[in-house]
Design a protein around this ligand. Structure first.
Ligand SMILES: Nc1ncnc2c1ncn2[C@@H]1O[C@H](COP(=O)(O)OP(=O)(O)OP(=O)(O)O)[C@@H](O)[C@H]1O
Length: 279
């Protein structure tokens, strides 16, 4: 079966003072329909650039390889065709809900936009928006629909951002560090919501995170990125039980566990132990 999303030797470079700087060095991975895949790796490993390349959001990035959505390469699409992919086929959630929301528009207006621009009538768009917001755990959703972003807490704003991303029922949700800005309790609630939404709608999710602690309860598969390319990928349980790559072992060793001795120092990925490995 054709995977929903398939990246084949995806490369990305940005213009630098001394010529192009390659930040993705051949990313090959896939997300099947209904599958939840976590893209993990330390800061700067290329996780966000990978996600943004799928939607062609970085205008100054020069991309090569293939990004197949339902078997069709989106790298060749016109900007106009890309607009249909964004939102309709792929929804996107970023880390910072405030930056993703327009402060001068009501949250309801923002939630309805993806439907209105696709021709859904306002009354119906509102009905669906209120229902979704309620489903996402916002109490009194009908009244709160006409509030502005500053009237919502951080966790509530992230639910609004999720509502905007999924209201047009995309086949794939890309969530880039969706819970990093939230406190731990709210993080867990938001992840549970994402998991439930994905299950209800058979929606695939590509979750980008540096936090391996949240991956095990969420994803089916994990792709470990380092220096712009995957070093290891597979079923979450297998990778956790038998990490093959020293970098993955290091990442796993740095995950705090509930039964840890609090006096134990957190280990970090040991760069020295990785020396000698081909970069
Ligand atoms: N628009 C850009 N122009 C130039 N370089 C960029 C641009 N966007 C990202 N980069 C570079 O690409 C590399 C990968 O960045 P990316 O944001 O994908 O990392 P990441 O794994 O998502 O890290 P983080 O967890 O910190 O977001 C970094 O070295 C970054 O500086």
């Amino acid at each position: 079966m054709t995977p929903l999303l398939e990246l084949d030797d995806l490369r990305a470079s940005f213009p630098g003072p001394d010529g192009p700087v390659e930040v993705l060095r051949g990313v090959t991975m896939s997300v099947a329909a209904g599958e939840k895949v976590a893209l993990v790796g330390e800061s700067g490993s290329g996780k966000s650039v990978t996600a943004r390349a799928v939607l062609r959001l970085d205008r100054d990035a020069s991309l090569s390889g293939r990004v197949l959505l339902d078997g069709k390469d989106v790298l060749g699409l016109s900007e106009r065709a890309m607009r249909d992919v964004r939102g309709a086929r792929i929804g996107l959630v970023f880390q910072d809900p405030l930056a993703s929301l327009n402060p001068v528009m009501t949250i309801g207006w923002q939630i309805m936009q993806p439907l209105l621009i696709r021709g859904v009538k306002k009354k119906e768009a509102r009905r669906r928006g209120v229902e979704l917001l309620g489903r996402l755990g916002v109490r009194d959703a009908d009244r709160r629909f006409d509030d502005y972003p500053h009237q919502f807490s951080g966790g509530m704003r992230q639910r609004v951002v999720i509502a905007i991303a999924v209201i047009a029922e995309p086949a794939l949700l890309i969530a880039d560090e969706p819970t990093t800005a939230l406190d731990v309790r709210v993080q867990a609630q938001v992840l549970t919501l994402l998991r439930e939404l994905a299950a209800e709608r058979s929606m695939s999710v590509l979750l980008i995170t540096h936090d391996l602690g949240i991956v095990a309860g969420f994803a089916d598969r994990v792709v470990v990125m380092r220096h712009g390319a995957p070093v290891e990928q597979g079923v979450v349980d297998d990778i956790y039980a038998r990490p093959q790559h020293p970098y993955t072992r290091g990442l796993l060793a740095s995950v705090p566990r509930i039964d840890d001795d609090p006096s134990r120092r957190l280990s970090t990925v040991d760069e020295a132990a990785l020396e000698g490995e081909v970069r």
